[in-house]
Design a protein around this ligand. Structure first.
Ligand code: ATP
Length: 228
């Protein structure tokens, strides 16, 4: 479903990615790991063409994304939940969800079943939601686009433990429903049991790929690349 080959990405003159490879089959959840500043967000931005790579290839659902514009990529079925949960603060919860809706399996009812808190707060301004509820809304908005691949960038970062567990529970449901997911998250304890495979980034390069079990069993690998 997604194949990333040797992408190199720059911010102006400064190179952030020096060759990242990863692949994700339909229905899989791939975890993108690495310490701060190693290029996880840049990899995601490169795939979605928000910061298009200067070299390498991204093939999604049989299409080469080279030269596609970011808005086209979203229509092809990439649903991004960006770092920092950007929702429309001056719209209500329901208006936020309707704003991104496209024909498909996802609708308000299904979002509210997944996140009952959003249903209870449908008419409330998004700016009055807690951080965790805003994160749920950000995920809901991405789902309303009916993505073939959901991309989650630090979706549980900085949240209270209880609401973080609610979000992990919903991610687990999405995975069980067969949605393909690419995820960046620092909470390995919650992430690894759900992941199909892992890719580790170090200084803008993919340096290791393998199963979550292999990663969990390798203390030296975790220490070297993840600072665990
Ligand atoms: P974090 O976990 O802290 O979000 P990350 O692994 O997602 O880290 P990136 O945000 O992709 O890492 O950053 C990779 C490199 O690119 C870093 O050296 C960073 O300083 C640089 N970088 C990121 N965004 C920009 C930008 N907008 N302009 C210039 N350099 C950037």
């Amino acid at each position: 479903m997604l194949r990333v080959e040797g992408i190199e990405t720059y911010y102006g003159p400064s190179q952030a990615l020096f060759g990242v490879d990863l692949s994700l089959n339909e229905g899989e959840m791939v975890a993108l790991l690495g310490r701060n500043g190693m290029g996880k967000t840049t990899t995601i931005r490169s795939i979605c063409r928000l910061t298009p790579p200067a070299a390498g290839r991204v093939v999604f659902d049989g299409q080469d994304l080279d030269r596609q514009r970011a808005f086209r990529v979203a229509r092809l079925g990439l649903g991004l939940v960006p770092e920092g949960r950007r929702v429309f603060a001056n719209l209500s919860v329901e208006e936020n969800l309707i704003a991104t809706a496209r024909d498909g399996d996802w609708n308000l009812q299904r979002i509210n079943d997944l996140f009952p808190r959003l249903g209870e707060r449908a008419g409330q301004s998004a700016s009055t939601l807690s951080g965790g509820e805003q994160q749920m809304l950000a995920i809901g908005r991405a789902l309303m686009t009916n993505p073939k691949l959901l991309i989650l960038d630090e979706a549980t970062e900085g949240l209270a433990p209880l609401i973080r567990q609610e979000i992990w529970a919903s991610i687990k449901i999405l995975k069980q429903q067969g949605l393909s997911i690419l995820i960046v998250d620092k909470n390995l304890k919650d992430l690894l049991p759900l992941a199909s495979s892992c890719v580790v980034l170090e200084k803008g390069r993919s340096v290791w790929g393998g199963s979550p079990d292999a990663l969990a069993a390798d203390a030296e690998l975790q220490n070297r690349y993840l600072g665990v």
